[in-house]
Ligand binder design. Sequence first.
Ligand code: ZN
Length: 93
Amino acid sequence: MKKLTYLEWIKYLPKHDSLYSSSHCPACGSKGLSYQYFGFKGDDVGWKIIWCNSCNCGVKISRTKIPAESNSIIGDKEQESFLNAHAYLKLIL
Ligand SMILES: [Zn+2]
């Protein structure tokens, strides 16, 4: 398995969210990446994590614009419970 840097992930990621599910993981080569936006009330800038469900590798992008049609998790409690449920992910920050 390949160990990637933050920049390698960023360069690799598809330009549009709709392409994630058909993209291959840059670390292990499995098809299909998942993503989740996290936002703040009344703000369209938030953060996002992208990860592979096979090897659990992923990346966290700390400032990103949240598309209007995307679901984002808002609120400290909700964000914390999502992250707790996904604590096994190996995210590069
Ligand atoms: Zn993978």
